[in-house]
Ligand binder design. Structure first.
Ligand SMILES: Cc1cc2nc3c(=O)[nH]c(=O)nc-3n(C[C@H](O)[C@H](O)[C@H](O)COP(=O)(O)OP(=O)(O)OC[C@H]3O[C@@H](n4cnc5c(N)ncnc54)[C@H](O)[C@@H]3O)c2cc1C
Length: 390
């Protein structure tokens, strides 16, 4: 494997750097660099800027409005994006339902839904998990009963990230309860403004509202919103989850977090915490950088393999496990090395050091990253099954 970028790739890297330096709005950059969450308006503003350049749906083929980049170009873009202080994008439209639509939907559905995703105008959320169906997703109970040219949907989803922002939800629903549980599931696209949908907030331990419960009470959904055939939902769900896991590894953003930590340690006021001249602090950072480098090389191998036309397999589970563990370790190191500075929670004036501001919020939020996208225990089961045949 050649780890050097080619001349063409270096040229591409320069174009990306130059476009980012001209196009990341200052308010978005400042918030991202301060570790703040963007609200819906700013998040969508950034996604629409990328959309108008044709750089939002980076994995999509050109025919559907993607840039037609290979995996190396996507990797370069992601690293430069994080370095430029630009936020990541919401995965639900571009990384999840978009690829489902262009792989499984009919032409009419592609024409109807893809343009809004690729432009950043339509926001989506993912309705998979239910109170008694998380890891055991196939036990889901939300039902969709066909009545004429509509499905009548009843049930409840939970942990639905950004449901309070979304225009659309893609849902796994039960259309048949008389067959093996995996075979009775279908994939339905539902307009969040349909009467009978209620969204209730769940406030998470970081103090923010990302998560929701979504209730469906006799929600009428046109049959033309079914993707694929009835009973195909499980096949689509598995396809989508593999896509979800690769984006969760977060190499580019973790790299940036470590840079922020180093910057913070070099600039911390004396007497207010651990500093860069403490060998224990430098050793801790070095260990994180070594782990990150190992993850990055594994990611490179996956990139090279997909560029050679190989499908993604259990590697996506491995990347998810290592990537999320590292995100947690980095956030823990930031809190511990920041010491009392990290306790400020959300007060950069008090601590005079923006890198440690919100460190504890982020630490708290990232406890969830080994759970979402399929828990790390489940990823280990996937690896055991696919690699070891257990
Ligand atoms: C921040 C956050 C955002 C999320 N966003 C979304 C979203 O937008 N849309 C959506 O649909 N869902 C979302 N989820 C839900 C997420 O996918 C589930 O939480 C996850 O799949 C685990 O399901 P569960 O919570 O029901 O836990 P359970 O499945 O009940 O698991 C509990 C524990 O048991 C372990 N366990 C379960 N089964 C096994 C097994 N077979 N082998 C070994 N260990 C096992 C698990 O690893 C876990 O530690 C989100 C979750 C979080 C925390």
């Amino acid at each position: 494997m050649n780890l050097e970028f080619s001349d063409t790739e270096k040229e591409f890297q320069k174009d990306v750097q130059s476009w980012l330096s001209d196009n990341v709005p200052a308010d978005i950059q400042e918030k991202t660099q301060n570790g703040e969450m963007l609200d819906k308006t700013l998040q969508q503003k950034w996604e629409q800027i990328l959309g108008s350049k044709g750089w939002l749906a980076t994995t999509w083929p050109k025919q559907y409005g993607g840039p037609g980049w290979n995996a190396t170009q996507r990797y370069i873009f992601d690293v430069e994006r994080a370095k430029a202080g630009a936020p990541g994008t919401s995965p639900f439209g571009v990384s999840m339902v978009g690829p489902v639509i262009f792989n499984f939907a009919n032409q009419e559905q592609k024409d109807r839904w893809l343009p809004g995703i690729v432009s950043g105008d339509t926001l989506w959320c993912q309705g998979y998990s239910e109170p008694n169906a998380g890891s055991d997703l196939a036990s889901l109970k939300t039902s969709a009963k066909k009545e004429g040219d509509e499905y009548i949907v009843n049930g409840q989803k939970i942990w639905t990230t950004q449901a309070h922002w979304a225009d659309m939800i893609f849902c796994l629903v039960r259309t048949d309860s008389t067959v093996k549980k995996q075979q009775g599931i279908s994939f339905l696209l539902i307009d969040m403004n349909t009467p009978g949908i209620e969204v209730r907030a769940i406030h998470s331990i970081d103090g923010h509202h990302h998560l929701n419960e979504v209730y469906f009470n006799d929600v009428r959904v046109p049959v033309e919103n079914l993707v694929g055939q009835e009973g195909m939902g499980w096949t689509i769900a598995k396809f989508l989850l593999t896509h979800e896991r690769t984006t969760i590894a977060g190499v580019a953003d973790t790299k940036q977090e470590i840079e922020r930590l180093k910057h913070a340690l070099k600039n911390t006021r004396s007497g207010s915490g651990v500093r860069w001249d403490d060998p224990q602090a430098r050793r801790r950072v070095a260990e994180l950088e070594i782990d990150l480098m190992a993850l990055e090389y594994t990611n490179f191998r996956t990139v090279a393999s997909t560029d050679n036309g190989n499908p993604l397999g259990p590697e996506s589970s491995g990347l998810k496990i290592k990537g999320t563990e590292l995100q947690q370790q980095v956030s823990q190191a930031i809190v511990e090395l920041g010491g009392p500075l990290s306790l400020a929670w959300d007060n950069k004036e008090a601590i005079g050091n923006m890198e440690f501001n919100k460190a504890t919020r982020r630490y708290n939020f990232l406890r969830a990253c080994t759970i979402y996208g399929g828990t790390n225990e489940i990823q280990k089961n996937v690896i055991a099954k696919m690699l070891l045949g257990l």
